[in-house]
Ligand binder design. Structure first.
Ligand SMILES: Cc1cc2nc3c(=O)[nH]c(=O)nc-3n(C[C@H](O)[C@H](O)[C@H](O)COP(=O)(O)OP(=O)(O)OC[C@H]3O[C@@H](n4cnc5c(N)ncnc54)[C@H](O)[C@@H]3O)c2cc1C
Length: 543
């Protein structure tokens, strides 16, 4: 077993890049729209195609910090003056997540809501101390990982409290107990996806968790939201990878998960996977890791229609042919080349595009890809070769930049997701698409609704929708109406209110439909026990 501490890696670890305050990612990676796409958008949505001017960080007014001198002094002593910040730019960068309403809200002229102070604790002990102080002194605490939430999970909601602090976990970057024999490693909650892969890579290991937000989201955030990455068909969701969590709460520490499996009652570890900062702060996560794959095989497929493609994916998953990536775009998404963001607006593509990749040893990859090839061919697929799948992989982190460019020219663009059984998949897709279309039509802004199967299981799959329409003068209200209609439709059609984006503030109203009144009361009772003052992430997860 190799035990590696944070200090060992301090110098070599990839530095975390702060994201632009009002958009996705970093400014140098922004992707303005081509002339061709602008023209297309102007034709379809009747917009001018001109980009709106955006404000710089220093031009934005913030609601003043409500932090008292007394609290400031205590926090400074607890974590060190350089790790307590009331700087306006820092506050602005912690003012919310990265959903489309978040980004639109930042364009508002009114003073922006922001946390009163940012605290960057060094370790679990400091997190515990801050939580105990906040609980005793009535300060709301918003655990902040990468800030990539798309459900309002890091909104600086103060609830009944005068002060709200953002607990930025970016200094929790330790790696320890790297154990290639058991295939596990313990990762600090603040490590981003690339940092974790880099540090594990130094041991020839990989986590294999690649959500689209991979570059900026963190290990703690993945666990707290039950994240699901693009290679989930091969490596599972993040919750499948968690073997142990260490959690700080206002009432003390929980260290959960001591064996690969256990019959010692209900699995309390599961309480914190998906707890969204409302029950405690995850300070480290022990995860299942695997050897860096020896080889990757790629194959893209075309299916005549979505149902044929969905049936084909189901055949592959249920046979256990185990691709690493397995996804299927519907006709609308395929037609717009959305699966390959670099080609958006290019020549339309017919049918439904599916992507498969296979990672592992050469022999294992060969066996699984051959089996999947037979199954997908037999189910009506036409093999397109490796290139489209490699292009998808190459551009897979690019789509969020496209959203920013669309918002700039007055086009609303947002996504939502759900999951259901294979039997109910087509019904759910029709109902959600219909609800979105009806809402946008009734607002006078007919939209384009695209969908793909993003994650597959033997018993069902997730559906990921992308919606594009002309923005109204109040695009947040416009989107909230469409999203609300879609959420109602999801519940009625038997889907889950969220497959991997989590509940946050945005899905709270549908949690009762998801777990029932008794389920809500059980969660509230657990929260009361761990967080009696109710300081942890008010207004999130629980109604
Ligand atoms: C462009 C884009 C693409 C995305 N793609 C995907 C995707 O492919 N798959 C997917 O699953 N999600 C995706 N997301 C959603 C988001 O990235 C995930 O929910 C991610 O897991 C959040 O991680 P984070 O570190 O950014 O957490 P944050 O956004 O900082 O926090 C999310 C929630 O977790 C809580 N939290 C954070 N850290 C901790 C901690 N250590 N302890 C306790 N609570 C904590 C916060 O309080 C908040 O409630 C995407 C988001 C965007 C903007």
């Amino acid at each position: 077993m190799v035990d590696v501490t944070q200090e060992t890696f301090g110098a070599s670890m990839t530095q975390r890049q702060p994201m632009v305050w009002d958009a996705w990612g970093t400014a140098d990676a922004a992707a303005p729209l081509s002339e061709q796409v602008r023209t297309l958008l102007a034709q379809v949505f009747g917009i001018s195609g001109e980009s709106a001017l955006r404000r710089t960080e220093t031009e934005v007014a913030l609601v003043p910090s409500a932090l008292t001198d007394l609290d400031h002094r205590w926090l400074t002593e607890a974590v060190g003056a350089e790790h307590v910040s009331t700087d306006d730019i820092d506050r602005l960068r912690h003012a919310g997540g990265k959903s489309t309403p978040d980004l639109l809200r930042r364009r508002d002229d009114a003073p922006q809501n922001a946390p009163d102070v940012i605290i960057r604790p060094a370790d679990h002990t400091q997190v515990l101390a801050v939580l105990a102080y906040a609980s005793a002194n009535g300060i709301a605490v918003v655990p902040f990982g990468g800030g990539t939430s798309v459900v309002g999970g890091v909104d600086p909601v103060r609830g009944q409290f005068a002060t709200v602090l953002a607990l930025d976990l970016s200094r929790l970057t330790s790696v320890s107990d790297v154990d290639p024999v058991s295939g596990t490693a313990t990762l600090g909650a603040g490590l981003t996806g690339p940092q974790a892969e880099q540090l594990l890579g130094e041991h020839g290991l990989s986590l294999g968790h690649f959500p689209q937000s991979f570059e900026f989201a963190t290990i703690g955030g993945f666990a707290a939201t039950r994240s699901s990455g693009q290679a989930s068909a091969g490596y599972g969701r993040f919750d499948d990878m968690v073997t142990r969590v260490v959690v700080a709460t206002p009432q003390g520490t929980l260290d959960l998960g001591r064996a690969p499996a256990s019959a010692a009652g209900p699995d309390l570890r599961e309480l914190f996977v998906g707890s969204e900062g409302a029950l405690g702060v995850i300070t480290s996560v022990t995860v299942r890791v695997h050897q860096v794959p020896e080889t990757t095989a790629y194959e893209a497929w075309s299916f005549p229609d979505f149902q044929t493609g969905a049936d084909a994916l189901r055949a592959v998953v249920q046979a256990g042919a185990a691709p690493t990536v397995l996804r299927l775009s519907d006709e609308a998404e395929t037609g717009l080349n959305l699966a390959r963001s670099a080609d958006v607006g290019g020549a339309p593509v017919q049918g439904c595009l599916a992507i498969t990749t296979f990672e592992g040893s050469a022999a294992h990859v060969a066996a699984r890809s051959a089996e999947a090839f037979e199954l997908l061919s037999a189910a009506g697929g036409t093999a397109l070769g490796a290139a489209p799948a490699q292009q998808w992989e190459h551009g897979r982190f690019g789509a969020p930049y496209l959203r920013d460019a669309l918002l700039d020219v007055g086009v609303l663009c947002e996504t939502l997701e759900t999951a259901t059984s294979w039997r109910n998949l087509a019904n759910l897709k029709v109902k959600v698409t219909g609800a979105l279309m009806d809402s946008l039509n009734s607002q006078g802004t007919p939209g384009v609704v695209m969908c793909h199967i993003s994650h597959t299981y033997p018993t069902g799959a997730s559906l990921y929708f992308t919606v594009v329409a002309k923005q109204l003068a109040d695009p947040i209200t416009q989107w909230r109406a469409a999203k609300s209609a879609a959420s109602d439709a999801i519940v009625v059609a038997g889907g889950t209110i969220t497959h991997h984006h989590a509940v946050g503030a945005d899905h709270r109203a549908w949690m009762g439909a998801e777990v029932g009144d008794l389920g809500l009361r059980v969660l509230a009772a657990v929260k009361r026990e761990l967080d009696p003052a109710g300081i942890l992430n008010p207004g999130k997860l629980l109604p």
